[in-house]
Write a protein that binds this ligand. Sequence first.
Ligand SMILES: C[S@@+](CC[C@H](N)C(=O)[O-])C[C@H]1O[C@@H](n2cnc3c(N)ncnc32)[C@H](O)[C@@H]1O
Length: 440
Amino acid sequence: MQTQVPFTISAIKSLDITRLGTFQECLRAPVHRWFKYPAGFSYRLVEMLINEFRLRQSHWILDPFVGSGTVSVVAKQKDVNSIGMEAHPFVHWVARVKCFWEFDIKRLHCKLGELLTYVSCPSSAELQQQDLTEFPELLHKCFSEQNLQKLKFIRESIKSFDLLPEERDLFLLALVDTLRTATKAGAGWPYIAPSKYHEKQERDAIVVFSETANMFYHDLVGIHNKWRPVQVTCDLLLHDARQPYPLNEASVDLVITSPPYLNNYDYADRTRLELYFLGWAKTWQDIIRQIREKLITSSTTQVRRFESNEEPLSNELRELATSVYKELKTKITQLSYIRHSKNGRKSYDLMVAGYFNDMLQVLKQVYRVLKPKAPFVLVLGDSAPYGVHIPTDIYLGEIAVSLGFQRYTIQTLRKRGEKWRSNSQRHQVPLKEVLIVLNK
Ligand SMILES: C[S@@+](CC[C@H](N)C(=O)[O-])C[C@H]1O[C@@H](n2cnc3c(N)ncnc32)[C@H](O)[C@@H]1O
């Protein structure tokens, strides 16, 4: 494996790069902050790459794992065409709402005022009328009865108010973003922990909603002051990144993405609070069926174990990237061995195999739609399930080269997993987050 060469993007040298792979900078940035998605990366990374590659109105950017839409928001701000794909319906909806700015701002101001006046002081009869039995237990554990009544009252008011569909979605997103701020549960990511131990001070849902909706409105006013609508496309598709892309061959100038890391993070599970509150899912089975099955394999909860002797890595991977295949096979055998010694608890072996089988399909799709010589930039972390190091960056780089990409370069952004160091149950393998640049 020798195709790795030194990193070349010039702008990155002058920046603080430790936060580029994280959502931290988005938490204060207009529009990006409308939903706190910890799986997201920094908007500054996208700005930097658009500048570096001098993209303009005639160019196209693709993000096949667009998440909450960071790439699409920046592309739209900078007048570059973009296509974002996301397979999680709720996260896709968040991205769509964040990318619609073509409001009549005066009308929006009036509607927001009317809505906030209406929801500000519900009578106790109005609150009592809210039937809370529709909500699964999680919601009852996260909010007091009165706060949950208020949340439902606001949700129903948004639904019944005379609003345009985009206005309704905007206010609903403000309400969804209210949930984790208002709750008494430890609702930070990745875990929602409605236990006494993590409990915090509950905040009044109406007050938090009002602050959040006003913040959204002011962000939009800021955009309208600076941004002028131009004829650029900002498409957001509910699409599985492993499936054929509805794009022409050699049509994309830059791909920026951050695929799920191989770190056992279950995206379907982590959005339970929002899905249940919106009524998009009623049971855990709904979440598995509607969401988990559509996502690439990156957690053991997605793996179904059939006792067969079938080789977990695909034949396609074996034929295409033999050396990566061999290394992976050794590590997968090691993981399977450790699994048996731990009472068969975590199927990390199948998770790792599934991940690379899936990512091969993604790399093939991206290769097809990229223009010759165009760059494909990935933000990615490596992993060490059961302490077995899986250098995802090198493996994906090598697989890409075997597909026809000319070369790959890797730049470390930061070390990861430091906060778990003191946990004796956890492995001590140093992990990192990197930027991989592939050139077609
Ligand atoms: C690391 S996050 C990307 C976050 C994004 N960069 C942002 O700033 O919000 C990876 C995303 O990939 C999505 N995903 C997982 N499997 C997918 C698939 N098969 N097709 C498309 N998206 C998928 C997940 O739901 C998740 O939102």
